[in-house]
Ligand binder design. Structure first.
Ligand SMILES: Cc1cc2nc3c(=O)[nH]c(=O)nc-3n(C[C@H](O)[C@H](O)[C@H](O)COP(=O)(O)OP(=O)(O)OC[C@H]3O[C@@H](n4cnc5c(N)ncnc54)[C@H](O)[C@@H]3O)c2cc1C
Length: 368
């Protein structure tokens, strides 16, 4: 039922704007409005904080179905989970009440600030600092590649509180867009997900109350990594969605397109491509849903399974979207058809929330 509801909504209210959002590299406001109106913008927020209380699998299905129509728009529910999960996992009751309710209502979005210009795969090498000043902390530094920066009201920010301890000297904080000293860089000009704003976030002597720290001092990096264990599965969901979208489009196209006097779908060379695409998508789906169930239960092998799902599904998305372009021939290579956009959008799923090389490092360290 959930899938049907989200698919109908995405087809009616999100897909019609996907090409324009990409072409104009603009925020998918129509998608945000439709998701908020249907309470699908942050479904993971527990009911006690006014949310829909969706479990990890339901959240994955929402993201998958939105990504099937428009990957940029799927960053809305995905990043709302990424940004707020540190608060849900490790925040005080007061922080949860204060920040999750506006998120659930659709009054505010949440971003996640881990990466920096010089600290990507090696996130623990971050330089952003927080220094204690009485009952406040003062933040200084630069975060890079922050999804929905400037649009989100709230930011989970990882910062060094003890430079002698590397990852154990990092703490997490909630920073608000309106806190004095917070500003944003120009939007990055990207290959894909052009509708999702990606910007630098600058912290210039940002003074925030001490109770905005998420969890204990020195636990921020552990919280950031625990968050990714759960949210990498949402990237797998995006990958799955865009692969399904490209497959569905290509499957329809080959039945219409005629060459040599018959639909190209009659050729076995085409049929075998479609069979391989469908097989890979289904394998990615099973891995992703199984990982979502593990996320919900908090199983001990979640770290391996989440990384495996993200890595596998994103590689499948890149293969399937590339094959979809191939199936449309020259038409697939133009912006008159959606598969070109889908191929560009799929690429990011192999890069963010840890590149697929990093996923392999994570899997190797947590082998079953
Ligand atoms: C559109 C977009 C949105 C993003 N959104 C966010 C966000 O909201 N919040 C956030 O915090 N971050 C975000 N990121 C950052 C993203 O997670 C990083 O770009 C990613 O982790 C890679 O870091 P890097 O770009 O510095 O690459 P690098 O770490 O410099 O990596 C370069 C290459 O080296 C490889 N590599 C690095 N180390 C190793 C190793 N040990 N072994 C093998 N290969 C290695 C990488 O796999 C990659 O191929 C976003 C990025 C993009 C592009």
């Amino acid at each position: 039922m959930l899938r049907d509801v989200v698919r109908s909504l995405a087809e009616a209210k999100i897909a019609p704007f996907a090409a324009a959002v990409d072409e104009e590299a603009r925020f998918p406001q129509e998608a945000l409005d439709a998701l908020v109106a249907n309470d699908l913008h942050a479904v993971h927020v527990p009911e006690e904080y006014g949310g829909a209380g969706a479990d990890a699998l339901a959240t994955v299905i929402v993201i998958e179905e939105v990504a099937r129509a428009c990957v940029s728009s799927s960053l809305i529910p995905a990043v709302n989970k990424l940004g707020s999960l540190p608060v849900i996992l490790s925040g005080s009751e007061d922080l949860k009440k204060k920040y999750l309710s506006p998120l659930a209502k659709g009054d505010a979005m949440f971003s996640y600030c881990l990466s920096e210009p010089e600290a990507g795969s090696d996130a623990a090498g971050m330089k952003t600092k927080a220094v204690r000043d009485g009952d406040h902390w003062i933040l200084n530094g630069v975060k890079r590649w922050i999804t929905n920066a400037g649009v989100s009201e709230y930011y989970t920010v990882m910062a060094v509180t003890d430079p002698t301890k590397r990852s154990k000297g990092i703490s997490a904080f909630v920073v608000e867009k309106s806190d004095p000293g917070v500003s944003f860089g120009a939007p990055e000009k990207k290959l894909g997900i052009k509708g999702s704003p990606t910007r630098e976030v600058y912290f210039d002597n940002v003074r925030i109350p001490a109770d905005r720290m998420i969890g204990e001092e020195g636990t921020g990096f552990a919280t950031a990594m625990a968050t990714l264990d759960h949210t990498r599965i949402t990237i797998a969901a995006q990958a799955l969605g865009v692969a399904q979208g490209a497959f569905d489009y290509a499957k329809g196209y080959v039945q219409e397109r005629k060459q040599f006097g018959r639909p190209i779908a009659d050729f076995q060379g085409i049929q075998f491509m479609l069979a391989d695409m469908a097989m890979k998508i289904e394998a990615a789906r099973q891995l992703t849903y199984a990982a979502a169930a593990k996320s919900e239960r908090g199983d001990s092998d979640l770290t391996f399974q989440g990384a495996a799902a993200k890595c596998f599904a994103s590689d499948v998305a890149m293969e399937v979207t590339t094959d979809a372009v191939q199936l449309l021939g020259g038409y697939g290579y133009t912006r008159d058809y959606p598969v070109e956009r889908m191929m560009r959008d799929a690429k990011i799923t192999q890069i963010y929330e840890g590149t697929n090389q990093v996923q392999r490092i994570v899997m190797a360290r947590n082998l079953p």
